[in-house]
Design a protein around this ligand. Structure first.
Ligand code: ATP
Ligand code: MG
Length: 192
């Protein structure tokens, strides 16, 4: 696992993480590079389901102790994945009534040890309409001003992750219809 690139991709809901990651996987597979993708939320959900929490949108409404336990369990599962590239699709923060919790608090960074941090972003107007069009998910109320605030919090959270882990942050734009370009930029930034 020493040579594994553990690439954490963060982005606010609807920015297009899952879409861009699908392109990354396709590109790497075409080059015969080993890749595993984990959604941090899905990994947490696997552990959460055993405790009766039914979906990922209910997950972030759980109490802090439960969140932290599930985060640690998910991080441990991810840390033992042995592949040339491990892509971790996650959020820089989780909005709760008490404020914004870090998606990657220090203990979690210490377990995962990311080699690269990617901050996926897009124009607030585009994120707004992607959320409106994507009816497959249950999301919080949507507004341009809220999206701008979330993008600012994402930057702040990811700077802290970079300082803590010593790993570089690369901001990547996911332009409309150009998710493949975003994927290529991410691969270049991790040296692939
Ligand atoms: P979440 O954090 O909620 O999982 P996400 O960041 O993974 O969200 P996606 O599910 O990948 O976001 O994308 C949200 C919507 O935006 C989807 O309908 C997707 O098809 C669309 N989308 C993503 N990237 C682009 C793009 N570059 N151009 C046009 N549409 C896009
Ligand atoms: Mg997603």
């Amino acid at each position: 696992m020493a040579g594994t690139r553990r690439v954490v991709i963060v982005g606010i809901p609807g920015v297009g993480k899952t879409t861009v990651v699908e392109h990354i996987v396709r590109i790497l597979k075409s080059r015969n590079t080993g890749v595993r993708v984990v959604s941090f939320g899905t990994e947490m959900l696997e552990h959460a389901k055993r405790r009766g929490i039914k979906d990922r949108d209910a997950l972030r409404k759980e109490g802090r102790d439960e969140q932290e336990r599930l985060q640690r369990e998910a991080a441990k599962s991810i840390s033992v994945i042995d592949s040339e590239v491990v892509v971790i699709d996650t959020h820089a923060f989780i909005a709760t009534p008490s404020g914004y919790y870090p998606g990657l608090p220090s203990p979690i960074l210490d377990i995962i040890r990311p080699t690269h941090l990617i901050s996926l972003t897009a124009k607030p107007e585009r994120i707004f309409s992607r959320r409106e069009q994507d009816k497959s998910r249950t999301r919080d109320p949507n507004s341009i001003s809220g999206i701008k605030r979330e993008l600012a919090i994402q930057d702040a959270m990811l700077s802290a992750c970079s300082v803590h882990s010593g790993s570089p942050v690369m901001p990547v734009f996911n332009r409309d219809g150009e998710a493949n370009d975003a994927a290529e930029k991410i691969l270049r930034s991790v040296g692939l």
